[in-house]
Design a protein. Sequence first.
Length: 261
Amino acid sequence: MPRVGPRKLDEGAASAAAPVEEKAIRRARKRFARRQWARRWLAWRRVLVAVLVTGAVAGSGWLVLFSSALAISDVSVTGNEVLEPAEVRRAASVPIGEPVSTVNLAAITGRVEALAPVLSADVSRAWPDGVRIVIHEREALAVLERDGIIRGVDEQGVLFRSYPSTPKDMPVFEMGTETDADALAEAAAVVDVLPAGLAAKVVSVRVETIDAISLALDDGRTVFWGSADDSANKAKVIAVLLEQKASTYDVSVPAQPTIRG
């Protein structure tokens, strides 16, 4: 049997190892190609995401600012009792057809609050196509007849509504010839702080000036109150004085009350 020399063995081993190395090189090249592709895809994916986000933002902006899909077509009014919804809508002058996102809510609020019966108003967007107006109306605590019309007066002395006749559960303000708006507001402040028991007995409130306010009670007696200052103490004093028989009570200076008749 012929002997195989060392050189022949080396050549055989080399020829056998060649295919293995080629396979390893091909696998390495494939892995490299995949990594390169992954890097390129990651970069393109970021660009694609940025483009999609930009498009979505632009589309949303167009939809909110310019599309008729989000244009004002409805104005709701709640909280009203004295006012009719149509009156509030007319005063509000909400621009129908304008985008909900750009409507001037502060301007609408100012127009609604200019209505005499409105104490305050809350105006907000009602997506997708509306504006919501919630009003808080004034509450009358007394009435005043002016120019043949019976008007309600709130705690701030504001005349804000009319009545067909004098409500039985409210006192009537009687104004002097020189009575101004400040005196009326002062008289309203007096009525607002009267204890419930005393307030129920008041038939009318005579208002001359800020410091000359008197109450006519349902039993014919009169209480000279003065101004609204220190009304809490005045109420305590008059509660005691009314237990004494008299026609006139003066608590304008609660520390020195007087009675007559």
